[in-house]
Design a protein around this ligand. Structure first.
Ligand SMILES: *Cc1c(COP(=O)(O)O)cnc(C)c1O
Length: 507
């Protein structure tokens, strides 16, 4: 009689067969062989990417690229990894920018370190979510430990706290939100989280240098303060915030009836790699009793360097700091953090969701990083990549890389200065050089240098960036690769010269 209730052996086997057929794509112990071979095949394509590349870019034009992608029918699935990898190679990998080559000297994209990539395998496979303890356990405490480690390097005490974010723009947004909400709470006794913006908000003013990152203006606009709330203070001749001008601009805004709520200093501007005078700015913020945020998305590299750490003196006085490990710690995207000096102030961001972090939950007993995150709920365990990096390399090796990069930049700056055919615009604290190619017979230097840049881009041999200063077009090197040598840069300058000499003869 029992036979009729219990399933037969065939039925059980049948179910299992059915399972392994239909669910072979689910990450699960029965499918480990599938996972392994898929990763293995994909790794081979990584190998191809590395070995095939001798230049940072294929030079493909956007309209060709667009056609190649457009013509693919997503409703028609492919039958093997081999086919998928072949397709992805053709429309992506072959043309992807190779940031690890010394000929890539364009934007703030660092080469990445192998320990972080090993960590990445676990991040994506185990797929913890960092919002609450019950979705990450050890991950929560490892992230907190890395935040504390970073805070210690900033010179913060155990009163500090923070959270990993998707990037510097998001960390800057957190800095601005804290600045705005803490100001309102303290000075207007107004809770923005509860009650929205106070009437005074239209007069809130935030001071940044005119070379600060554009994300700050964007952030002010999404926060309902409007871009007008951002007051851009002129920089001195080394493109650092001019302190006399800062005081002047603050006085002017107050006379106009506006309300300074904070200052954002940049430690390492995107275009020039210079650090604003942090000590002076901290003093001024303290005099006005307003928030100071430091955007150290790029300059955070200096935190580890015994040789150059002094350039960040004063950062410990800031109320909050943006760190981009994916700019300056050789980490794969995304890896960033927002750190605040006084953890009590972070509570201003806290929201309670009954299903995640109910109000009665004891924060110390059952910690939830979501309490500190303003945008992301479900969030990757990106911190694990930095964990692997520190445990394998130690901060000393990271610091060595940074020192090498800065030293290389100093050598190249000298090289450019000594060469009559080039003009170097300014000094850098970090590793950006803004310069242009000169030809005595050419008056339109903008056209000449734009020509050079486009030639380089479409040949794919070298990728440089560019920027405009006072209406003049300049080329820009950003060095982030410790492997790059002065000889590599010498070759790059020669290629620039070659294209510069062609200007006016070809097209
Ligand atoms: C890159 C950069 C940012 C933005 O960081 P993302 O990680 O790209 O969002 C902010 N500030 C500075 C100075 C930067 O260079």
């Amino acid at each position: 009689m029992n036979n009729e209730i219990l399933p037969h052996e065939e039925v059980i086997n049948d179910t299992l067969n059915h399972f392994s057929g239909k669910f072979e794509n689910i990450f699960h112990q029965d499918n480990y062989d599938h996972y392994r071979s898929a990763i293995h095949d994909t790794l081979d394509l990584v190998g191809t990417f590395l070995h095939r590349n001798d230049k940072p870019f294929s030079g493909i034009e956007a309209k060709t690229m667009k056609k190649m992608v457009q013509h693919i029918d997503l409703n028609q699935k492919l039958s093997s990894y081999e086919e998928v990898l072949k397709e992805v190679d053709e429309i992506y990998v072959q043309h992807a920018t190779a940031f690890h080559l010394p000929q890539y000297v364009a934007h703030l994209n660092c080469p990445i370190v192998i320990p972080a990539l090993a960590g990445e395998i676990l991040v994506s496979a185990i797929n913890s979510s960092q919002d609450t303890y019950d979705q990450s356990a050890g991950g929560t405490f490892m992230e907190r430990k890395l935040i504390d480690w970073t805070a210690e390097r900033l010179g913060y005490t155990t009163e500090s706290d923070g959270v990993f974010t998707a990037g510097g723009s998001q960390s800057n947004l957190m800095g601005l939100v804290m600045m705005r909400d803490v100001f309102s709470q303290k000075n207007l006794n107004h809770n923005i989280k509860q009650d929205g913006l106070p009437p005074e908000a239209s007069r809130f003013r935030i001071f940044i240098s005119d070379k600060a990152h554009f994300s700050n203006s964007k952030n002010a606009s999404i926060m309902g303060l409007g871009e007008k709330s951002i007051v851009k203070v002129p920089t001195d001749n080394e493109f650092r915030m001019d302190i006399t001008m800062l005081q002047k601009y603050m006085k002017r805004e107050i006379l106009l009836g506006n309300i300074p709520i904070g200052i954002i200093a940049t430690a390492g501007t995107t275009d020039f790699g210079n650090v604003d005078p942090l000590e002076d700015i901290a003093n001024i913020a303290a005099q006005h009793n307003i928030w100071m945020h430091v955007d150290a998305a790029y300059g955070c590299a200096l935190l580890l360097s015994a040789k150059y750490r002094h350039l960040l003196n004063g950062i410990e006085k800031a109320d909050s700091v943006t760190i981009d490990y994916h700019k300056s710690f050789f980490q794969p995207i995304s890896s960033s953090a927002f750190i605040v000096k006084n953890k009590r102030e972070l509570r201003i961001l806290k929201h309670h969701a009954d299903y995640l972090n109910p109000a009665e939950m004891d924060e110390e007993e059952i910690p939830a990083q979501i309490n500190k995150s303003i945008i992301q709920s479900t969030r990757r365990f990106d911190a694990l990549k930095l964990w692997f990096t520190l445990r394998m390399m130690g901060q000393e090796q990271l610091a060595e890389y940074t020192d090498r990069i800065i030293d290389l930049t100093k050598d190249v700056a000298e090289m450019i200065t000594e060469n009559q055919e080039f003009e170097l615009l300014t000094h850098t604290d970090l590793s950006v050089l803004v310069f242009r190619y000169l030809r005595s017979d050419i008056e339109d230097l903008n056209a000449l240098n734009l020509h050079v840049k486009m030639k380089l881009f479409y040949s794919g041999e070298i990728l440089v960036a560019s920027t405009k200063v006072d209406g003049q077009f300049y080329l820009k090197f950003t060095f982030l690769n410790p492997i790059t040598t002065t000889e590599d840069v010498h070759q790059i300058l020669n290629t620039i010269k070659k294209h510069g000499e062609d200007f006016g003869t070809t097209n």
